[in-house]
Every structure is written in structure tokens, then in C-alpha cells.
Design a protein around this ligand. Structure first.
Ligand code: HEM
Length: 414
């Protein structure tokens, strides 16, 4: 039977007896250790967690005035929230800018992981849960983009749901063709009320719940292997933490999570917030497409349909090929990052600049994805089509080559 001390309600002792708050405090300040040799890039995870919090809170305020109805949605956002509700514009700009910069930070976080090899040797589940977060954040951004029911909401919704038609009927005797699936997803022949309502339900409830669960998994998967470090050094956390606790704080290779590491994280989050609020107040248009300020019109196709900047690279992988090959290339691009821990055959956990050919692989991949992003935005004409085609092929080739070049990599000396 648990013992309950006589204590003032909600005092530290009272809460401790009921919620064991001092256990959490003890774990964070003396039982969870972080390597010393990490840089500001290791604060991106915390920046992402804060951005998710901002999205949740601003989203709740928007939800109070938004109307999920094709006749009312556009005005509820562009008229009611933007002009009638006090500070409605601020919550909308905060939500839209956070939804865009969250992807910038996700890409930085992912490429940091790739550069330092943080997906290997016991860290595979961190990577896979991270990729699940990438997919769920993508679904969250896409469903949110439908809600203002502007021209781009409607036509991007049309183009993306069309992908679910699958491959043409002549491929594999039609086994990969799904007649009726697109209409089933839309609940109609074209995007309409049923479509808007189900994307609304996904956006405000189903996907955020999934994200919360996967964030718990992502954090849990960090607990045993601990975070990696700038040198890929295998740290003996037990020995180093003992050293630290014995007073050799200088000699130990680790620091405490609370407040040593947390104070660094909070500093980086603070700097990031200056950048974020600068965008919110002065450049919110960066997160908003001008075409989406026209109400949805199923009879007027915009001359050039493109997704938000963070989906452009995978859209450009789909575009230069014929329908079936394009779909195959698109599925490849969506899935392949999941397999990174198993495609990288090298025994080394080290920064890319110490890993021979992998260094070139890393930088070519990064530049290639930037080229794909730029090409995805411009109309598919003339030289742009050729550059897009070469960049899409390069992307696929890089992943095919990865197991080969990493198998050839020699084990680095410590
Ligand atoms: C979007 C929500 C995400 C949140 C809130 C989040 C949060 C975090 C946090 C707090 C850490 C520990 C500190 C740090 O290294 O920054 C971390 C580490 C890590 N995350 Fe994420 N993350 C997210 C998405 C992703 C994605 C999309 C990937 C890539 C597929 C990923 C891969 C990793 C890896 C590999 C580590 C380990 C880094 C290391 O060991 O050095 N995360 N994440």
C-alpha cells in the first residue's frame, strides 16, 4: 500500500506522493546523459517539438471559427478569421508559417542524422520513427492545405487523390489498378463536401493523435542508444556518468540532460523563435500561395498546379516520367528513406567527411534534392524538363549505388 504523507494540497510533497514528480526530476538530472561533443544541430529535435506545440495551440484557436463546408470554408478563413476575429490574422499567420518552417527544420534534422550516421548501430528505430513522423507531418500539411478551400486546395487535392487510381490497366493485367478507389477516398466524383469534411477530421483529430503517439515512440527509442555525437564516438555512458557524478565534470564526456543540455537547447530555440516571429510578422506570404486566395472553382483549372515547397522534390520525381513510371518513381522516393539504416552497409558511425565516397554521396543527394525542389516549382518547359529528368534519375541512381559504395568503405581506426 502506498504511503501518503500529510502535506498541503498541491505542495511538492503532496504531488510527489501522487505523481512521483521527484522520480522524473531525478532521472532527468542524474540518470539521463547527453554527450558533450554535439553542436547546435542537436537542438533541432527540440525546435520541432516546440513548433508542434505552436501548431496545436494556434490550430485550436483557428478551429473555433473555421467552417468545414465548401460554401462557407473560404470566407470563414479569409474573411471571418482574417478580418473579424481579434488577432485572428495572428493565429493564422502563426499556424501557416509554423507549418512551413517545420519542414525546413525536419529536413535539417534528417540531413544532420544522415551526415553523422545517427541511424546506425542501435539507432535504427530512432530513424524509422522519425520517418513515420515525416510521413504523418506530410499528411497533416496536405490535409490542412485543403481546408481554406481555395483554388490550390481544390486542384492539389484533385491531383494527389488521382494518384490513388494506381497503375494503368495494362500493367500486370490490371492487378495494380484500383477502379473506384479515388471516388471512395473523395466520397464523390470530384472533391466536394464529403472530401472537405473527411480531410477536416483527419487534420484536426486523427493525424495529430497519431503524431503525438509517434513522438512518444521517437523519444522512447532515444533512451537506450542515447543520441549520437559529432565524432560518432561510442561513449560508455555508465563510466562517463560515474566520472561526472564523482566530481570530474571537466574530464567526463557527458553532461546532464537537466539543466546543462536543456539550457543550450533553450538558447537555440530562442534564436530560432526570433527568426520564426520575424517571418510571422513581416514575411508570412512566404507560407501562403497567392493562387489560394481565389475560392475553389471546379470549372477553372489553374495554368500551373504545384504543391507547397516541401513536397516539390518528390513531385518533380513524378513529373518527368510517363504515368506509370512516374508513379513508380514517386512511390520509390516516398519509401526509400525508411530503408537507409539497412542500405548503408558501412561499419562506420562517423561524420560523412571522414567516410570516403559517402561524403560525395551525401552532398550530391542534398544538392540534387535542392535542384528537384527548384525544378518542381517552374513550369515543365524546355530546359527545365531536361534538368528535372536528370535530377530525378540522379536521385534514383544515388540510392541504388548506396549499398555498393558503403560496402566498399574501410573500417575507420578509432
Ligand atoms: C517532426 C517531429 C520530430 C521531432 C519532434 C523530433 C524530435 C527529436 C529529438 C528531441 C531528438 C533528440 C535531440 C536531437 O538530436 O535533436 C531527436 C533525435 C533524432 N531524430 Fe528526430 N524528431 C522529429 C522528426 C524526425 C525525422 C523526420 C527524422 C528522420 C527520419 C528524425 C530522426 C532522428 C534521429 C536519427 C535522431 C538521433 C540523433 C542522434 O542520435 O544524434 N527525427 N529527434
Amino acid at each position: 500500500m502506498a504511503k501518503f504523507r500529510k502535506a498541503f494540497p498541491f505542495s511538492k510533497a503532496w504531488l510527489d506522493d501522487r505523481l512521483a514528480i521527484s522520480t522524473l526530476d531525478r532521472v532527468l538530472s542524474t540518470e539521463y546523459w547527453i554527450p558533450k561533443n554535439i553542436n547546435f544541430l542537436w537542438a533541432m529535435g527540440m525546435v520541432l517539438a516546440i513548433l508542434f506545440g505552436i501548431l496545436l495551440i494556434s490550430g485550436i484557436f483557428l478551429l473555433m471559427y473555421y467552417k468545414p463546408d465548401t460554401k462557407l470554408a473560404f470566407d470563414s478563413v479569409n474573411y471571418t478569421i482574417m478580418t473579424e476575429v481579434q488577432y485572428g490574422w495572428l493565429w493564422r499567420h502563426m499556424h501557416a508559417v509554423a507549418a512551413s518552417v517545420v519542414f525546413l527544420v525536419i529536413y535539417i534534422h534528417m540531413f544532420t542524422g544522415i551526415y553523422y550516421g545517427s541511424y546506425k548501430k542501435g539507432r535504427e528505430m530512432i530513424w524509422i520513427s522519425g520517418m513515420l513522423l515525416f510521413v504523418t507531418f506530410s499528411a497533416e500539411a496536405f490535409s490542412g492545405y485543403m481546408l481554406p478551400w481555395g483554388q490550390m486546395s481544390y486542384w492539389a487535392g484533385m491531383v494527389i487523390t488521382n494518384l490513388f487510381e494506381g497503375f494503368s490497366p495494362h500493367v500486370l493485367g490490371g492487378a495494380l489498378n484500383a477502379p473506384g478507389l479515388v471516388e471512395w477516398i473523395r466520397g464523390d466524383y470530384v472533391p466536394g463536401d464529403a472530401f472537405l469534411n473527411r480531410f477536416f477530421a483527419l487534420h484536426v483529430l486523427v493525424i495529430p493523435l497519431a503524431i503525438l503517439g509517434i513522438i512518444v515512440l521517437h523519444f522512447g527509442s532515444l533512451r537506450i542508444p542515447h543520441v549520437n555525437n559529432q565524432d560518432g564516438e561510442e561513449i560508455d555512458f555508465d563510466a562517463e556518468s560515474k566520472k561526472y557524478l564523482a566530481g570530474d565534470t571537466k574530464g567526463a564526456k557527458v553532461i546532464r540532460f537537466k539543466w546543462d543540455f536543456l539550457s543550450k537547447d533553450i538558447f537555440v530555440v530562442g534564436v530560432f523563435m526570433i527568426f520564426y516571429f520575424y517571418l510571422v510578422f513581416y514575411h508570412y506570404e512566404f507560407a501562403m500561395d497567392p493562387v489560394n486566395f481565389d475560392p475553389a472553382d471546379g470549372l477553372k483549372t489553374p495554368p500551373h498546379i504545384y504543391p507547397e515547397w516541401y513536397f516539390l522534390w518528390s513531385y518533380e520525381i513524378l513529373r518527368p516520367f510517363s504515368k506509370d513510371l512516374g508513379l513508380l518513381a514517386f512511390i520509390f522516393a516516398q519509401m526509400i528513406f525508411f530503408f537507409l539504416p539497412f542500405l548503408d552497409r558501412s561499419p562506420n558511425v562517423a561524420p560523412a567527411n571522414r567516410r570516403g565516397i559517402f561524403k560525395f554521396w551525401f552532398w550530391i543527394l542534398l544538392i540534387d534534392m535542392i535542384v528537384l525542389t527548384v525544378m518542381g516549382k517552374v513550369p515543365p518547359m524546355g530546359i527545365f524538363t531536361k534538368i528535372g529528368f536528370v535530377a530525378a534519375l540522379t536521385f534514383i541512381l544515388l540510392w541504388v549505388l548506396l549499398p555498393i559504395i558503403t560496402s566498399l568503405e574501410k573500417k575507420l581506426k578509432d
